[in-house]
Ligand binder design. Structure first.
Ligand code: GLU
Length: 504
């Protein structure tokens, strides 16, 4: 058997460090067994998937030194490797499942589903909708079908009992079927859901080991059943522990920067970041902290992954990066990295220089004016806000927190979208735009004397901008849990109907 592993990222938003972590372990496992590592793009969510995000996944994984054998950019014998190009394949398997009696057309309306869920909830049952809840009398199905009512295809799942499956790191796992819903396989628009596409692709792409994050454990019963229905062998499952914030919560962009682009902009060396990701739940046999990808490939052993939640701690990463800079680079190489690969080059500086050129008189004015663009967190405290703005600190805090929540929900990031968002927020908060923008200026650029803060945020990118806003909130004394609750209430009120901050 040739070992074949894969990652299957969805191209929505910025490339996530979690994707690189999973990619690294898949790559090591495949290489170590002389196998292949595949990159598949799961872009069935057509509203949120973008070509730009896909490109950023390729670029940032390459930046980290991670490469794959087959993928949308490389081709290979099992293509296409983009799910949006495989619609006919999924539709055919969905049809086969219906014909074999393993799946059914469901004509239930959203209103009916809500009523069904509520009645399960009231009866103290899990809210997972079972085939028996969804069933309609045959005549009703025929009527809705004749009317051309919209429908989806759902899979049959057992009403009760226990599903057991094996995980290489965790042993036998049991999940009650009662918690597993009659999963939609094919949506109204004819596109598959994650579950159908994932199982079909893993089989057709001859994946032997599915190495993914532990957040997918609950999906395994559905996948196991689909493999059985289709008469296919299920790959071995290996669920890696999730990356965590230092407070042990799930690593999320609400608390910490999660984008690989952020770490690039901060000035981390790719070798150090890959090294650090290799230490997430795994260690070298001799416990050495600093190692190259080649060394990891040589020593890798998936059975030594430990399940205690690995903490992604930027302070530790900084320390490791310092070791790499001091021990691995000559001064010439250090200079070359800074000037060629990092921010001191035309490509990085051009967007900023376009604005700075209008504001400087001599070249030596440039460095102080551009300093905030090539810095990490700025040295600011509450004095900056007290002196820079005529608004009460409390109000400024509100502006920063509300803007931050809005920024967490933005799918795209550019100066026009940022301007529209901030203008709308200032109107809803009834604060003049100029006053409203002042604390944001201070958070982003350290003072109000810089060029447009929207342009600055576009250049800095979403993670760095959000990190600066969070840092500014800390500089203003932080937001306690209690204060956050109050702010959240006020935020929701501003915007009745809009959802609160979303987890990523
Ligand atoms: N598209 C899923 C993700 O974004 C893939 C999960 C899996 O590996 O099965 O993580």
């Amino acid at each position: 058997m040739t070992v074949r592993t894969r990652i299957a990222p969805s191209p929505t938003g910025d490339p996530h460090v979690g994707t690189a972590y999973i990619a690294l372990f898949n790559l090591c496992f495949a290489r170590q067994h002389g196998g292949q590592f595949v990159l598949r793009i799961e872009d069935t969510d057509q509203q949120r998937s973008t070509a730009q995000s896909e490109q950023l996944i390729f670029d940032s994984l390459h930046w980290l030194g991670l490469d794959w054998d087959e993928g949308p950019d490389k081709g290979g014998p099992h293509g296409p490797y983009r799910q949006s190009e495989r619609g006919d394949i999924y539709r055919e398997y969905a049809r086969q499942l219906v014909d074999a009696g393993h799946a059914f057309h469901c004509y239930r309306t959203p209103e009916e589903l809500e009523v069904l869920r509520n009645s399960r909830r009231e009866a103290g049952l899990a809210t997972a909708l079972k085939p028996s809840d969804l069933a309609l009398p045959e005549a009703e199905v025929a009527k809705r079908e004749a009317e051309g009512a919209p429908s989806v295809i759902r899979m049959y799942v057992p009403e009760e009992g226990v599903c057991t499956f094996q995980d290489r790191l965790r042993g036998e796992i049991e999940i009650d079927w009662a918690q597993v819903d009659a999963q939609i396989l094919l949506k109204q628009d004819g596109m598959p859901t994650y579950h159908l596409a994932n199982v079909v692709d893993d089989h057709l792409m001859e994946i032997t080991h599915v190495i993914r994050g532990e957040e997918w454990i609950n999906s395994a019963p559905k996948h196991k059943l689909l493999y059985e229905y289709l008469g296919w062998e299920m790959p071995e499952l290996i669920h890696l522990p999730l990356l965590r914030n230092p407070d042990k919560s799930k690593l999320s962009k609400r608390k910490n920067p999660t984008s690989i682009l952020f770490y690039q902009r901060m000035g981390f060396m790719p070798e150090a970041l890959t090294n650090y990701l290799g230490r997430m739940g795994w260690s070298m046999p001799d416990e050495s902290e600093k190692f190259t990808l080649e060394q990891m490939l040589e020593a890798f052993d998936i059975d030594r992954v430990s399940l205690g939640g690995p903490v992604f701690d930027m302070e530790k990463l900084r320390w490791l990066n310092g070791c790499w800079i001091r021990e691995e680079l000559t001064t010439e190489e250090f200079a070359e990295r800074l000037i060629k690969n990092w921010s001191y080059n035309q490509e990085y500086l051009l967007p900023a220089l376009k604005h700075l050129q209008q504001r400087v008189e001599i070249y030596s004015d440039v460095a102080p004016a551009a300093c905030f663009l090539v810095s990490g967190m700025l040295e600011i405290d509450d004095e900056n806000f007290r002196q820079g703005s005529r608004l009460e600190l409390e109000k400024q805090r509100e502006i920063l927190q509300f803007s931050l929540w809005r920024m967490e929900d933005m799918l795209d990031w550019n100066r026009d979208l940022l301007f529209a968002m901030l203008k709308d927020l200032s109107e809803k908060m009834d604060i003049k735009l100029k006053d409203f923008l002042t604390p944001i200026f201070i958070a982003i650029a350290g003072s109000t004397s810089s060029f447009s803060v929207m342009d600055s945020m576009e250049i800095l990118g979403p993670d760095m901008s959000r990190a600066r806003l969070r840092h500014a909130l800390e500089a203003l004394g932080g937001v306690s849990k209690k204060a956050a609750k109050k702010l959240e209430k006020a935020y929701r009120k501003l915007d009745e109907g809009a959802s609160g901050p979303e987890e990523d």
